[in-house]
Design a protein around this ligand. Sequence first.
Ligand SMILES: O=C(O)COP(=O)(O)O
Ligand SMILES: [Mg+2]
Length: 238
Amino acid sequence: MNHNNLQPSLQVMFPLPLKAVVIDLDGTLLDTAQDLALAANEMLQALSMDTLPAATIQTFIGKGVPKLVKRTLTNSLDGEPDPALFAQALPIYERCYAKHLHVHTRPYPGVVDGLNQLRQDGYRLVCITNKAEAFTLPLLRATGLLDYFELVLSGDSLPRKKPDPLPLLHACKHFGITPDAALLIGDSLNDAIAARAAGCHIFCVPYGYNEGRDVHELDCDAVVDSILDASKLIVHQA
Ligand SMILES: O=C(O)COP(=O)(O)O
Ligand SMILES: [Mg+2]
């Protein structure tokens, strides 16, 4: 099977036989960037610091809340702020984001149709995100997506988050399946590394964040335009 807008890797045979589909949140299920940027800029203002363009803050998304705050404070991907400033800033950011959790946040096109298709096809559905649980669950609930997922693992649910394979391996163990029966659909390097390390399949969507990099640089089995398109490249294995 091949479509003009899909780029299946040559090494895997499509459709992939699978039991579980794991989906990333920020940049894959939900377009959260505007609300994240709003909160980050409100934090900067509260600290009497200059605000940043939303497009810049979008490149800081991917490695969880503390990392987003560090990157925002230093305006750089690898910056380490003064520990006292960081300690002051983190709770401010958390308060601001809780306030703006779903002002602009919406599911991307193809997400709801894709989830309905995957549910109808019989897959176990999991959401694995680096977002903190205090934000993940209310956001999935508010956007109507929570009930699709049998399991939701957030950035602080387990001792390690993506790119570590632990959340994916935990989900596979939870369902009693081998990693190669699971597919992760994500938008970033963190997803691709985690999936490869766990031995799961990985598809990437091109519309997400990937810390400002082109998703086509990633080692994935396919780049798919939407969750609905992903459902066309896989087959449920009973
Ligand atoms: O919270 C983040 O930084 C990214 O979260 P994600 O894993 O859902 O993309
Ligand atoms: Mg993401």
